[in-house]
Design a protein around this ligand. Structure first.
Ligand SMILES: [Zn+2]
Length: 367
């Protein structure tokens, strides 16, 4: 943890809670990259800091802040901000058929896929131009091969964001009248053989969910979106949502689920992040977490900074499933985000929860 992060954490302890912090110019901080915070933390005081949700007050007039900091500050409305243990009013009965589905998740598969992704090199979408065999492309190829091997129709969806190179998402699809979409990004901020937790873990959990569901028929179609360009402005998911809109399919996506950082187990807490309009949906997911996993669900809102955002903006009930972000993984966006110290049983529990959600939405029948 950097000194700056530490001081932000200490500051949070000294400051009053949100309710006492008053209205006015508190902003949701939508960037937590440690290098970004090292540059910009000096301009901020922390008004609220729980898990993913951090409200800050600028120490200078807004207009004199650095442009990159202004871009990361979002005004929030009173009542829009929440980060706390889920309520217990949503009740779910355990279903033996769902338990059987979840018992098929194997943490060893998730760990093995995550390790292969991590060892592809630098998976930065922004470095595509720089290397003829970039880790980003190797990772995309690996995911495409695995989804194809599992029997899904593989789609390479390329979108133009830079002069020389297209970036490409990889999607594995099973067609249907309506869809559940599962997203996880496979790009990183670009450290060599890093990005194990962020987000080889989520991409690997996506592959494990695809593997388990390959053995089931379903009345809903499935889209497994391995997204590129998340670390450079959620580019891949925005492009994919735009493409679905153009083809008339976006309105057929009934639910979406995002996994981003699922293998650093701080204290057994999973954060379920969404926007206020889908709070009841998140509480239902939390009830499933209590029934089918050992995790403690927290609800976080509003949503920011990952692949759930484009689908929420399209009005689709979507949540992010993510490890507890109180002080988050100390190796977040650093070269030390390697396989070491990660908890694959925890990642498996997050995959199980998201499968339980799909089982609650779709009629699944074993082949
Ligand atoms: Zn990420």
């Amino acid at each position: 943890m950097s000194k700056m992060l530490l001081s932000l954490s200490l500051l949070a302890l000294l400051l009053p809670p949100l309710s006492a912090a008053g209205g006015g110019d508190a902003y949701l901080l939508t960037e937590r990259d440690p290098f970004f915070l090292a540059r910009n933390g000096i301009y901020l005081s922390v008004a609220y800091d729980k898990g993913r949700t951090r409200l800050v007050r600028p120490l200078l007039p807004y207009d004199s802040l650095p442009a990159e900091l202004r871009a990361a500050l979002r005004p929030v409305a009173p009542g829009e901000v929440r980060n706390e243990p889920a309520g217990s009013f949503a009740k779910v009965e355990a279903d033996p058929a769902v338990r059987d589905l979840l018992s098929r998740v194997d943490p060893r598969n998730i760990s093995a896929w995550a390790e292969r992704l991590t060892m592809t090199g630098k998976r930065s979408a922004g470095a595509l131009d720089l290397s003829p065999a970039s880790g980003n492309r190797l990772a995309a190829d690996m995911i495409a091969d695995e989804l194809g091997r599992l029997g899904y129709a593989v789609e390479r969806h390329c979108y133009r964001t830079r002069k020389k190179d297209d970036e490409c998402n990889v999607a594995g699809r099973r067609e249907g009248e309506r869809y559940v979409l599962v997203a996880a990004h496979f790009d990183t901020v670009g450290h060599e053989n890093a990005g194990a937790d962020d987000n080889a873990s989520g991409a690997a959990a996506l592959l494990e969910m695809a593997r388990v569901l390959a053995a089931y028929r379903s009345d809903l179609g499935l889209i497994f979106l391995a997204a590129n360009g998340e670390e450079t402005g959620i580019a891949g998911s925005y492009a994919y949502a735009k493409k679905l809109r153009a083809s008339g399919e976006l309105s057929k996506v009934a639910w979406a689920i995002n996994m981003d950082m699922v293998a650093y187990n701080k204290d057994g807490v999973i954060e379920l992040e969404t926007n206020g309009e889908f709070a009841a949906h998140a509480e239902w997911v939390a009830a499933l977490a209590r029934v089918y996993t050992g995790m403690t669900p927290h609800i976080a809102m509003p949503a920011w900074g990952s692949d759930h955002v484009p689908f929420l903006e399209a009005g689709i009930p979507t949540y992010l499933s993510i490890e507890h972000w109180d002080d988050h993984n100390p190796c977040y966006h650093r070269p030390c985000d390697t396989m070491q110290g990660l908890d694959w049983d925890f990642a498996a529990d997050i995959a199980r929860l998201n499968l339980a959600v799909i089982a609650g939405k779709a009629r699944l029948t074993p082949n």
